[in-house]
Write a protein that binds this ligand. Structure first.
Ligand code: SF4
Length: 329
């Protein structure tokens, strides 16, 4: 197993009180697998990713429960220095906006070569060759020439390719991609996702893809975790979640996706209401105030995690109700 997250809770001290952003998250990632985490902004998906990478803000974040294992080793309480080392060897991350991670005053060649020297201890010439090979591999045209260009001279899609090349320098076993295609148009988005899919096969790399967009997740993920208010409310193989969604929130997300087979121009349904304030403890199901199928029990007790078979799990009272009413298929 590449990554195991067990009952992880992460919070932030704020002037209003402690915000409980991640509330007991459990999932794992196997070798060569792409696992998606999907949900609205503020659901805890990026916080989970940052916790694994050791990138939570030091001043006010805390992990108050659970643990994270990378390649079998517990990394929950590692020091910043140890985490920085892991980020340069076993894992890497790419973000929505590559400009935040690239140095605007250095050429791409300088940044890539420096990265290779740091990570692999090669001499300058060999590091240059390695950097060039990586840029070619991620599909930068005229890579030799582009080594001399600055980040602002690249298009959004090409910059994301450069970021992927940089992340690959250390040959990571695990790559976190946090909304990597959100700022890109759909054609470029598809190309970047295809590239990630190719690379995971080629390098036997595992990827955790964080996105608010189920359409993006469906393209390349093997399994998906749907997050809401700091918890995973539904998880399973992508095909199973798409064709047999059980949680009303997942159904809402799916209904709000544009569909190519629908030609009418009626507006897409949205999920009414807002997620709960994570400053407070949540009694019962966190989705209850927005759920069209809520029952009395929903607001009073947190639903059990129901195993629906085929590795499909859902945190909702509906399967229990259906069983009781005897019309569960
Ligand atoms: Fe809706 Fe109840 Fe299921 Fe929550 S537990 S999603 S409120 S039906």
């Amino acid at each position: 197993m590449i990554l195991e997250i067990n009952n992880l809770s992460v919070g932030f001290h704020t002037y209003r009180g402690d915000v409980k952003a991640v509330r007991g998250v459990t999932f794992n990632v196997d070798e060569g697998e792409i696992v998606g985490i999907v949900g609205e902004s503020g659901c805890g998906k990026s916080v989970t990713a940052h916790a694994v990478m050791g990138l939570l803000p030091e001043e006010n974040s805390f992990i108050n429960q659970g643990n994270i294992k990378l390649l079998g080793e517990d990394i929950t309480n590692k020091s910043n220095k140890e985490m920085a080392k892991l980020r340069g060897t076993s894992m890497a991350m790419i973000f929505q906006d590559p400009m935040t991670s690239l140095n605007p005053v250095l050429t791409i060649g300088q940044q890539m070569t420096e990265g290779v020297i740091k990570s692999k201890g090669l001499n300058k010439k060999d590091a240059h060759e390695e950097a060039l090979a990586l840029l070619k591999r991620v599909g930068i045209p005229k890579a030799e020439e582009r080594m001399k260009a600055y980040p602002h001279e690249f298009s959004g899609g090409m910059r994301q390719r450069v970021m992927i090349a940089m992340a690959l320098i250390c040959r990571p076993k695990l790559l976190f991609a946090d909304e990597p295609t959100t700022a890109l148009d759909v054609t470029i988005q598809a190309q970047i996702l295809e590239l990630l899919d190719e690379l995971r096969r080629e390098m036997k790399m595992s990827i955790v893809l964080v996105s608010h967009d189920l359409g993006v997740i469906a393209r390349i993920c093997d399994r998906v975790n749907v997050m809401y208010a700091g918890r995973i409310v539904e998880s399973g193989p992508v095909g199973e979640i798409f064709h047999n969604p059980q949680h009303p929130y997942t159904r809402g997300l799916l209904n709000s996706l544009p569909r190519v087979d629908k030609v009418d121009d009626t507006e897409l349904p949205v999920i009414e209401g807002h997620p709960p304030d994570l400053l407070y403890d949540i009694k019962g199901c966190s989705f209850a105030p927005r759920c069209g199928e809520a029952m009395k029990v929903c607001a009073a007790c947190r639903p059990n995690n129901e195993n629906m078979g085929k590795e499909h799990c859902v945190e909702c009272w509906l399967p229990a109700r259906d069983r009781e009413e005897g019309h569960h298929e």
